[in-house]
Ligand binder design. Structure first.
Ligand code: HEC
Ligand code: HEC
Length: 150
């Protein structure tokens, strides 16, 4: 009796293994197929302070805010030149209120020649933390809801 059960189990297991359902590849094509280049994404082309700009809502506290405008004209940021600062050193742009870099971005010790606080060099490469946006759909389903509570 014991043997019969054992053989039956074995046969069921073997039948399961030899099932011919096609394998679903996560990359959407056969392993041997050549890689497809991803689509080229279009980054925002809207100049700062134009149109009906809206700041992008933050999704967690301490998040570096995302850049809602085009930045190509202001890159690269070099040791001597940082065009982002032309605007973000103040809180006004063409007579309108705009986001000024917070105190966290300035050195506590170093000053400019005119006595104003100098930017902390850890914050000099703005685009290490702040990133420009493209209209891209998520590649996989994402249930992240964020939490801005402090
Ligand atoms: C010509 C002025 C100007 C320049 C140069 C500029 N910005 Fe802006 N930036 C703005 C204005 C105005 C806004 C407010 C929203 C808008 O109009 O797009 C803004 C918004 C932002 C925000 C969103 C802040 C928040 O609280 O949500 C970030 C981050 C930012 N800019 C980063 C940068 C970086 C990094 C650079 C350089 C690569 C840069 N900006 C260059 C004017 C400028
Ligand atoms: C090391 C990461 C980092 C770098 C580099 C950085 N930032 Fe930020 N930034 C942040 C974070 C985090 C915040 C959120 C508030 C805070 O901590 O001050 C922020 C906030 C801001 C804001 C919104 C102001 C506010 O008080 O909420 C502006 C505008 C901004 N940064 C501009 C810049 C510019 C321009 C540069 C380059 C000169 C820069 N940042 C470099 C991390 C960074």
């Amino acid at each position: 009796m014991k043997h019969t059960i054992l053989i039956a189990t074995l046969l069921i297991t073997l039948a399961g293994c030899s099932s011919t359902a096609p394998v679903a590849f996560m990359r959407g094509s056969d392993v041997a197929a050549a890689d497809q280049a991803p689509d080229t994404k279009q980054y925002s082309e809207r100049a700062p302070g134009t149109g009906s700009p809206e700041l992008i809502k933050r999704t967690f506290s301490t998040q570096p805010p995302l850049i809602p405008h085009a930045i190509e004209k202001y890159l690269p940021i070099t040791l001597d030149e940082n065009d982002c600062m032309d605007c973000h050193i103040t809180d006004e742009f063409k007579g309108k209120k705009m986001p000024r870099m917070g105190d966290s971005h300035f050195s506590k010790t170093r000053k400019e020649e005119d006595g104003t606080p100098a930017v902390n060099m850890v914050r000099w490469q703005c685009v290490t933390c702040h990133v420009v946006q493209a209209d891209a759909k998520p590649l996989v389903e994402n249930t992240f809801v964020g939490n801005v509570a402090k």
